[in-house]
Design a protein around this ligand. Structure first.
Ligand code: SRM
Ligand code: SF4
Length: 564
């Protein structure tokens, strides 16, 4: 299925002639006549972890004044496993205030984004991050993205060992080019370009983004099957014996394009830990590099490569490149995907507090001064900051002696109250960024889902479901950044104020949902959910989740692209 070289997508040409991702970024940055980058550089800059965006709330006003759109940049950190020291959080807080909108956004891939950074501030921002030993290399672009791992160290005594694979995989799959250091950090250009030869990415990189997740059963907070490549840790007698490998997950789809679809991963087999695991990950990436579609970017993710090659042929090719066969997959079970809120202690005696961070937005608003509170906690130096794929924040690795001081700050700023008082559905919800920065948004998501849940709460209460952590996820378009297709209730934007309603997904990330109703506005969403939730409440079996009930009740059929 190799792609016709004459039919390459424009991005393929931009990559190969980009001089190892340098493009003309330096010249683009110097052009003070516009807030934008040159067209090709807008693609190249993604590989440096940033996107050119504009304030969509202000497009009309700017156009009326005959001004160019208000361009700015989003920068996404590369943070394998999503961990910052308190010193790094303090630094991040100040960088956010000085260069961006000020809001620190925790993403669904366990990292941080800052928005609204003007062109003249991008380089100072990257430099400031560099002083904190943080970078944004490969956080976006056609490369391996941020590697995610179960966030909470209380979940397994082997957490640290398994967690270390996130950094190992991230390092292994990092592009070799020095472009980032030259463009943003003023490193002298290489005299010998051979030094940055890149056997993995060569000069064409991957056909599309590539995502890796590591899950430690029974917890699936990473939504492992939604990734191109998922590693499921297998632990026996308190020892990591290896990983089941799932491949071909991905959620993006395009309204009206039947060739595109969300798909959850297929388990290929089991591999021993260490070198063999890393080799298998590497070669799955090379098979995608060599076989992925480079003509049509809508069909270029690994899920389409696998479906075209067939699972068995794909697996055989991976094994041939590895020089070893995968063993049959080992049994495992996921029984939780949501975060555990509040205090937990791990086997070493350290304390952890998971803070409810609605839609991952760390800011001070009229409800809670979350950002100030986190700064004061970071200043104590007594807690690390870990991020979850559910967009929450864990104050972590707190020594018993330091717990009272942290707890007192949590009380002082009302964080404990804020976390405890949020309802079960709100605490299980995810919303993507959407407006005002996402150029692809058709409808609101993070600015609207909290309001919708407030309007749903009386309905939940009426049906006795206030404590039921039904998963609800909303995105502003079908790309699936908030993983709505893997939720019990998925709301996917089709136009401003309108959403497709999907149901039938399970609670733990094995089964995709299915479209149930199209183009609903808010009254229609509330009416539909009132009916569905009422029936569920009356007719469910003991312990039956909403997602499972919707399938048993034949409201929708099981989605055939679910995990297998
Ligand atoms: Fe995403 C594109 C935000 C997780 C699938 N995603 C975008 C862009 C960059 C829009 C763009 O291309 O111009 C969004 C930037 C919005 C903004 O203003 O910040 C964006 N995606 C996000 C984040 C920030 C959502 C959030 O609220 O947390 C997440 C950042 C993750 C990270 O830290 O790396 C984010 N995106 C996801 C996920 C979920 C996941 O990976 O677990 C998915 C679905 C899984 C998958 O990849 O299939 C996802 N994003 C997409 C797609 C569809 C890709 C596809 O295969 O079709 C696009 C569009 C594209 O690539 O063309 C996209
Ligand atoms: Fe933007 Fe769509 Fe992703 Fe939401 S799902 S952040 S609207 S690309």
């Amino acid at each position: 299925m190799s792609t016709n070289q004459n039919n390459l997508s424009p991005v393929e040409r931009i990559k190969t002639k980009s001089d190892a991702l340098r493009g003309t970024l330096k010249q683009s940055l110097q052009d003070s006549a516009t807030g934008a980058l040159r067209e090709d550089d807008q693609s190249v800059v993604k590989f440096h972890g940033m996107y050119q965006q504009d304030d969509r709330d202000r497009r009309e006003e700017r156009s009326a004044k005959k001004l160019e759109w208000l361009y700015s940049y989003m920068i996404r950190l590369r943070l394998p496993g999503g961990l910052l020291t308190p010193q790094q959080w303090v630094g991040l807080h100040h960088i956010a205030g000085e260069h961006s909108t000020g809001t620190i956004k925790i993403t669904t891939r366990q990292t941080i984004q800052l928005h609204g950074i003007l062109k003249s501030h991008v380089k100072p921002t990257i430099k400031a991050f560099n002083t904190l030993q943080l970078d944004s290399i490969a956080a976006c672009g056609d490369v391996n993205r941020n590697v995610v791992c179960n966030a909470h160290p209380h979940q397994s005594e082997l957490h640290a060992e398994i967690f270390s694979y996130a950094a190992k995989i991230s390092e292994m799959a990092l592009p070799k080019t020095r472009a980032y250091y030259e463009v943003w950090l003023d490193e002298q250009p290489l005299l010998n370009k051979e030094e940055e030869a890149d056997p993995l990415y060569q000069d064409r990189y991957l056909p599309r983004k590539f995502k890796v997740a590591i899950a430690i059963p029974p917890y699936n907070d990473v939504d492992v099957f939604a990734n191109d490549l998922g590693l499921i840790a297998i632990v026996e007698n308190n020892k990591l014996i290896g990983f089941n490998i799932a491949a071909g997950g991905g959620l993006g789809a395009t309204h009206g394009n039947a060739n595109t679809y969300p798909r959850l991963g297929t388990i290929l087999g089991f591999v021993e830990p260490g070198e063999k695991t890393l080799k298998a990950v590497y070669e799955i990436i090379t098979v995608q590099r060599d076989n992925g579609n480079r003509s049509d970017r809508k069909l270029s993710r690994l899920k389409y490569t696998i479906d075209k090659m067939g699972v068995e042929a794909f697996k055989a090719e991976v094994e041939a490149r590895c020089g070893f066969a995968l063993e049959p997959a080992k049994p495992f079970e996921f029984t939780q995907r949501r975060d555990d809120y509040g205090w937990f202690q791990n086997h070493e005696g350290n304390w952890y507090y998971t803070v409810f961070t609605e839609s991952g937005r760390v800011l001070d608003d009229d409800k809670v001064a979350l950002k100030t509170a986190m700064l004061e906690i970071a200043k104590t130096g007594a807690a690390n900051f870990r991020f979850t794929c559910n967009q929450n924040l864990i104050l972590s690795d707190i020594a018993p002696a330091d717990k009272p001081a942290i707890e007192s700050l949590l009380h002082q700023f009302g964080i404990i109250e804020h976390t405890e008082n949020a309802g079960a559905m709100r605490k299980s919800a995810i919303a993507c960024v959407a407006f005002n920065t996402c150029s692809l948004a058709l409808a609101e998501a993070q600015r609207y889902l909290p309001t919708l849940i407030t309007r749903l709460e009386p309905i939940l209460a009426k049906h006795g479901l206030s404590d039921d952590d039904i998963s609800i996820r909303m995105t502003g378009c079908p790309n699936g950044c908030g993983r709505p297709y893997a939720a019990e209730i998925g709301l996917i934007g089709t136009a401003y104020g309108q959403y497709n309603l999907h149901i039938g997904g399970d609670r733990y990330g094995y089964r995709l949902n299915t479209k149930y109703k199209e183009n609903l506005d808010e009254p229609a969403i509330l009416a539909e959910l009132d009916t569905l939730l009422g029936t569920y409440s009356r007719e469910r079996n003991t312990g039956e989740t909403f997602g499972d009930f919707t399938i048993r009740n034949n409201w929708v059929q099981t989605n055939p692209k679910s995990a297998s």
